[in-house]
Design a binder for this molecule. Structure first.
Ligand code: ADP
Ligand code: MG
Length: 632
């Protein structure tokens, strides 16, 4: 999703009524909360001075205190209790079990993922836990931290989500925040938050790249800043590539170096977990001391025997080179998607703990031919930007606020007769937005209308993604085409859609909140867009054919009802002529030639003109007759 900023006339806040608003980075691996204090954003520490909260929740069986551990305590227990310790829950947000299985995500997680209401759930000793509930535990922990820090209630929070998060994933994030008792001021995209933290929105216009290598995911986004407005031109990456893979690669390398002839797959769950934790420690220590060229010793147990391997920085670079290359391949891909050359990039923002690795910085520096922005803490930068945004949204910024706006990644529309899509909200429309279009009934006396909300760029419903269906009932019976039904699509600031249908004459109304039950990945969005370009010509022909058939059917229906009502006005010859034209049209409708169908429809319309005139005369005569009777 692309992001825009617009200026709003600023309300000048009363300095005594400063509202406490925080920014929260709800990360796959780590989560943080930040707030603007004394004019600068800073991350809020826990009682032990740590700003990072591991995004891990462990559920305990009955009779074990509060029933759960959150953060560092949970992380420490992960090796011993992997089945009840939930990490990386962000990967499950708003996703169905089947999707997770198809993407191979479910198989990678150390706990059991099952089907749950609306989305997948995790099976624990304390019952099945929804990803929303687990995320709410993390968010509530951060909320309490902020409330303790300020000794006050929070006004609200800005929560960050990946740029590619779809409606279902965003809605799940909002639900989690609500469950945690947070007032969500807005969800904003992580790369945009990072760019804001660096103050790029205040600086020169241009195109920026955000390289975000976290614990388990890699995201790269291209942002364009125009007049203080950020737009995401393209996003890409690899949802199964992150710091954890560097840990695994290093662990594997160390085992090989040991000459024991075992790989991580041969270890027990506990030994493997300890080895991976140790590999991570070594990795982080190496990047802290990269300059000194010092060696770090990895020590662990393999099949009960102690093992120690000395690791130099060059060894680490060797062991992980393929991973860094994969991120750079994704960078090249996203630049291609945005039709940009690396020389078009004005600045590169580094985000995520893994961008501390000198090997990564080096690769990025070489590719872009410039020094990436690294002076802010890469763990904190997203939360800091969110805090700046939260402070502005809370009205604490005296010199005019900036509001963040997203755009819709794929067009939204409604199914019309014949399985065609009528696009109502075109892709890249900035949100919040409300757009309406009028529709009418197709059949005489039709009292209900089925509405089918779809998403996608293709002309045929069958090629788009179905989001929701609902019905408008209680339309007063009218002739086909007489009812006026206004369908309004409202997309709120978080990208959530409500569709309303209202018959204008009577005011009968139906509405639906669209919460798609499963999500689309950014790859799927890209594929749908590509499809729509590739097939535009074919779609146009298909649309013409369907439209011709719908029109033919409408004409046949109208003629049938006219004949039923006033057929007695026609003599045998006139009637036979109309019947002949109707048969010809019915036959033409079966063809795949839109032109032939249109011609036959036109012929019937022309051929029934005299009949229509006769009917008109009769109805005028009847109306006058009625008048007379009433007037007498
Ligand atoms: P996420 O956005 O997925 O929550 P983070 O941005 O917090 O993730 O990044 C977590 C990753 O950063 C982990 O894989 C961790 O090992 C890695 N990391 C943190 N510090 C360092 C460091 N000094 N050197 C290398 N990697 C680091
Ligand atoms: Mg992150």
């Amino acid at each position: 999703m692309a992001l825009l900023q617009i200026s709003e006339p600023g309300q000048t806040p009363d300095p005594h009524q400063r509202r406490i608003a925080v920014g929260i980075d709800l990360g796959t691996t780590h989560s943080l909360v930040a707030a603007v204090r004394h004019g600068v954003p800073e991350c809020l520490p826990d009682e032990q001075g740590r700003v990072i909260l591991p995004s891990v929740v462990r559920y305990l069986g009955n009779g074990q205190g509060s029933g759960r551990q959150i953060g560092f305590d949970a992380l420490a227990a992960q090796a011993e209790d992997p089945h009840n310790t939930i990490s990386s829950v962000k990967r499950l947000m708003g996703r169905k079990l089947a999707d997770l299985q198809a993407q191979g995500v479910a198989a990678q997680l150390p706990y059991e993922v099952v089907d749950g209401p609306g989305m997948a759930a995790v099976r624990t000793v304390a019952g099945d836990k929804s990803p929303v509930e687990v995320s709410a535990e993390i968010l509530a922990t951060l909320r309490f931290r902020a409330e303790d820090t300020f000794d006050d209630d929070l006004f609200g929070a800005v929560i960050t989500v990946p740029a590619y998060f779809d409606d279902a994933q965003r809605q799940a994030t909002k639900d989690a925040a609500q469950m945690a008792g947070l007032n969500v001021l807005r969800l904003i995209n992580e790369p945009t938050a990072a760019a804001i933290a660096y103050g790029l929105d205040q600086g020169s216009e241009g195109v920026y790249a955000v390289y975000d290598l976290g614990g388990g995911t890699f995201d790269v986004s291209i942002l364009r800043l125009t007049r203080g407005v950020f737009e995401v031109m393209a996003t890409g990456g690899d949802s199964a590539l992150g710091g954890d893979d560097y840990d695994r690669a290093l662990a594997e390398w160390a085992l090989q170096r040991s000459g024991l002839g075992v790989s991580t797959a041969d270890l027990s769950t506990t030994e493997r977990a300890h080895l991976l934790a140790e590999a991570r420690r070594v990795k982080e220590a190496l990047s802290a001391h990269a300059e000194s060229g010092e060696t770090v010793t990895l020590s662990t147990n393999v099949r009960g025997q102690p093992l120690a391997v000395d690791i130099r920085h060059a060894d680490f670079a060797d062991a992980t080179q393929a991973l860094t290359q994969r991120t750079m391949a994704a960078v090249r891909r996203v630049l291609r998607d945005a039709r940009l050359d690396k020389s078009d990039i004005q600045g590169v923002v580094m985000v995520g703990g893994s961008t501390r690795m000198p090997v990564v910085r080096q690769a990025v520096r070489e590719h872009f031919g410039q020094e990436p922005l690294t002076n802010l803490n890469p763990d904190e930068v997203v939360a800091l930007g969110a805090a700046v945004q939260a402070n502005q949204l809370a009205g604490n910024n005296p010199d005019g606020e900036l509001l963040l706006l997203d755009v819709i990644p794929l067009s939204l529309g409604i199914e019309t007769m014949g399985g065609l899509v009528e696009r109502i909200v075109p892709r890249n429309t900035t949100i919040p937005t409300a757009l309406a279009q009028d529709f009418t009934t197709f059949k005489d006396g039709q009292t209900a209308l089925a509405l089918h909300v779809v998403q996608g760029e293709r002309d045929l419903v069958a090629d788009c993604r179905s989001l929701a269906r609902f019905e408008l009932r209680g339309i007063p019976p009218m002739a086909a085409g007489a009812a006026r039904i206004r369908v309004t699509f409202t997309v709120d600031a978080d990208g959530l859609l409500t569709v309303t249908a209202r018959e204008q004459g009577t005011g009968v109304e139906a509405r639906i909140d669209v919460k798609p039950s499963y999500g689309l990945s950014d790859e799927q969005i890209a594929a749908m867009l590509q499809d729509s370009f590739a097939t535009a010509q074919q779609d146009m022909q298909a649309r013409a054919l369907v439209e011709a058939r719908v029109e033919a059917e409408r004409m046949l229906d109208a003629t049938h009802s006219a004949l039923a009502a006033d057929g007695d006005l026609l003599n045998g010859e006139e009637r036979a002529a109309i019947d002949g034209l109707m048969q010809a049209l019915a036959a033409a409708r079966e063809l795949t030639d839109a032109g032939a169908i249109e011609a036959a429809t036109e012929a019937l319309a022309k051929g029934t003109e005299p009949f229509a005139a006769m009917r008109m005369n009769r109805s005028i005569a009847q109306a006058l007759a009625g008048q007379n009777v009433e007037n007498l």
